[in-house]
Design a protein around this ligand. Sequence first.
Ligand code: C5P
Length: 240
Amino acid sequence: ITDMERKKYVIIMAAGSGTRMGAGRPKQFLELDGKAILQKTMEVFLNACPGISVITVLPQDFIGYWREYCLENNFVCPQILVPGGITRFHSVRNALDRVPDGALVAVHDGVRPLVSEELVRDMFREAENVQALIPVTPCVETMKVLENKDGKLVSIPGAKADRSVLYGAQTPQIFHSEILKESYAMPYDTSFTDDASVVEKYGKSLSYIVGERLNIKITTQDDLLLARAILSLKGQDYSL
Ligand code: C5P
């Protein structure tokens, strides 16, 4: 006899101000393939897991804007809208107030629209069995440990990064909701750069799955160009 499946939630993080893009609006609202990046991101989850409960975290000033956008573009998605906080940590914490214990909760960056439905489905399946599931990709470039001295990058003597043990963490990161909520009850710490780092500090062990190279976080103008290029080629056979 197997346990009942946990109910699925996704928290879509879109409360950043997007200052690195240099556009008039936060990047999650910029257009990709004729739709807001945020809509494209949400559609991956809605297609992968019909019936999933969606919580969208937005800048307070853009909650009205997003409601209007969904109406005007006939984007029908039941979603709980939550205002963000001062950092991503505070934004996630606001959203977790709306998530019950005993569920599976994915936390995903609203600016990662290229994650595949397949990875989302695979991860939700695997997350039933582990407390925290984190997608990672191996580091392909040689990493340098540097510091910025008066605008000039210089080596930190003796500091070396061994590429063979370095991986980049992506989203979605999926958790048993009671674990994530307990973890986020801790006080904020500047070392919290993703949800996994919060859960690990709380003392829980993390499980990993191989992520996707094309699941990029659209942060700069170049990323937007890359995303457009990837989308225009998707579905084409690029095997050797
Ligand atoms: O700034 P960063 O690259 O870490 O942002 C990752 C994601 O977190 C983005 O989707 C952004 O909108 C979101 N975020 C948020 N609340 C903040 C800061 C960032 O929801 N205060």
